[in-house]
Design a protein. Sequence first.
Length: 109
Amino acid sequence: MPEVTMWQGIPRHEIPWYPTINADLCSGCRACVDECPGNVFDWDDTLGRPIVALPNNCVVYCVGCTKTCPSDAITFPKKEEVVALVKELRLKYNALPGNLIGLPGLPPR
């Protein structure tokens, strides 16, 4: 069974924060691939452009790749919608701010 990556006590895969690339706007400059600290992007030689290969590696609320893209080809979900969802997930997982239960490396209660 694969290990579940957590973000502030919430399973990361339940937070829909990752980039989308508009293929029609993408110039293939590779700026997103080169600059992303989470290695979210990979280069697809067949398509001749980047793809979002590891979406759950994206740092929640980071939009750095949108600033490096000269073609404005990268978008994210509406932040306020994701913030609202994260509030719901915090309640679901008892992952309220200051509650470190469930964070990697910390013992359970």
